[in-house]
Design a protein around this ligand. Sequence first.
Ligand code: BEZ
Length: 283
Amino acid sequence: MGPTSVFTFVVSVTTITTQHSLFSVPDFPFHSFPFHTSTLFRSLILIAVSNFNLRLTISYLFKMVNLGDVFPDFEAETTQGQVQFHEWLGDSWGLLFSHPADFTPVCTTELGRFAQLQDKFEERNVKLIALSCDGVESHLKWIEDIRAHSKVDKFTFPIIADEKRELAIQFGMIDPDEKDATGMPLTCRAVFLLGPDKRLKLSLLYPATTGRNFDEILRVIDSVQLTAKYKVATPADWKHGTYCMVLPTVKDEDLAELFPAGVEQQTLPSGKGYLRTTPCPDQ
Ligand code: BEZ
């Protein structure tokens, strides 16, 4: 077997295994090619096909985590030592949020805000974990700046060191428009809220150039936690404590038992009674 044949064989195996195991795409129809098709020609076709498969494979393997999916477990180096994500989460809710880089102005204000609001997240049983694409030593020095800037002594949550962007790429947390000095794309400002079942409950993606709104982050946590417990949804601009919408799936005969504080049905031009409000059920 000459080198070209070995190469063809390796590429063929790659192609056929990726096609079969991941995508169930039918075999490439070499049998329908003329008998004299040269090895080189076959190789070129196989390379083209396997490059296509490689792209599909990468997008398959690194597919975004969808709402309701179990967030993948991972091991990472952090400012508080090595973390095995699922074990670290335990039975708590979790908020994983990413930052473009250490020692950058917007990120410093954001991490300062997380530090100022640590008690609010604890009250909600939400564990915080940040990610930035620099190393642990850099993170630890940066934390001193963050504490000075935000005037907080305690900084209790870990920052993941994702220097090679491995996690950022895996979880779709890259902002291709913002690059570091070496031309590598930076991490965007992602927020992933996970429930105690480790499933993704909410995700927010902001570009590197837009700092997050922390009232909104707390507000959506309140909504997601409330709606996990009661058969309600929260309306536009809802704030914790204000009225909620009864889920359309709740039958009229169950209203009294589920909502002892009462339900009001609004009259609408359509005559349909879908707009039913109830006082916030956890008040
Ligand atoms: C910042 O944190 O200020 C920042 C980081 C990357 C791009 C733009 C702004």
